[in-house]
Write a new protein. Structure first.
Length: 161
């Protein structure tokens, strides 16, 4: 098994961070986690992070906005799924909330597309299949109000309880 080389110096840590950033944008937490995996001392890792932040190599707000823009263009998942993806990348809760507040994220169109794709493969004929559809939409990250609006409109049924 190949052992990863331990990072002992600031220079090695910077080289490692530059290689990670050359592949894709990373959050502050991702850089720290990657350095920790290589047993980089905490003071060196923090110095590297401070340098990268100071020189704008890492910008969590920019990364968050970039992920949100890609989501708006291509993803077929809901806003809750986007939030989970951003949390997983190590972005702060306030950074995520600010990015989501900047733009009006209407997930209705995405929910409608997801529902249409689901209905191509499945029939909704009874309460059990309806429950399965609702779980599917919820797992995709759509809010209950969006699911209710889209499913009620397309299937012409009432989801009131």
């Amino acid at each position: 098994m190949l052992r990863k080389k331990k990072i002992d110096t600031f220079s090695e840590a910077m080289d490692f961070a530059y290689k990670k950033l050359a592949i894709a944008d990373r959050s502050s937490q991702e850089i720290l986690a990657n350095l920790a995996k290589r047993n980089c001392p905490g003071d060196i890792a923090q110095a590297v992070l401070d340098y990268l932040l100071k020189n704008n190599y890492i910008n969590d707000e920019r990364l968050c906005e970039s992920i949100c823009e890609r989501w708006k263009k291509s993803e077929t998942s809901g806003k809750n799924s986007l939030k989970a993806k951003l949390f997983k990348r190590g972005l702060a809760k306030n950074t995520i909330n600010e990015a989501l507040a900047l733009d009006d994220f209407d997930e209705t169109e995405k929910a409608d597309k997801t529902l249409t794709n689901y209905l191509k493969l499945h029939q909704v004929t009874d309460p059990k299949s309806l429950a399965k559809l609702l779980r599917h939409m919820s797992a995709k990250g759509f809010s209950y109000t969006t699911i209710k609006r889209v499913v009620s409109g397309k299937l012409k049924i009432s989801l009131e309880q």
